[in-house]
Design a protein around this ligand. Structure first.
Ligand code: SF4
Length: 81
């Protein structure tokens, strides 16, 4: 199982809940904007995206998605090809 983790960063409120829940994958930016970042993600169009491929990584990001109060983290699972 693989998954894409999507972060619609422009709508981030900087509450840091994702970082508090899953600090292996999330950090808070130090550039003064106050947004969070999905570590290692690439900017694609209107969001940032990271591919993960372990059950633990998927679960950790699902937990971050569940705790985000503005619902801007999405985990899209798909089968390995
Ligand atoms: S939980 Fe959501 S709103 Fe809060 S810092 Fe993370 S992405 Fe931003």
């Amino acid at each position: 199982m693989k998954a894409k983790v999507l972060h619609f960063k422009k709508k981030c409120t900087g509450c840091s809940a994702c970082f508090g829940q899953s600090p292996v994958f999330w950090k808070m930016d130090s550039d003064g904007e106050g947004f969070s970042s999905l570590i290692g993600a690439k900017e694609i169009g209107d969001h940032w995206e990271l591919e993960v491929d372990t059950k633990e990584a998927i679960r950790a990001n699902e937990e971050a998605a569940e705790i985000c109060p503005v619902n801007i983290i999405h985990v899209k699972k798909y089968e390995n090809k």
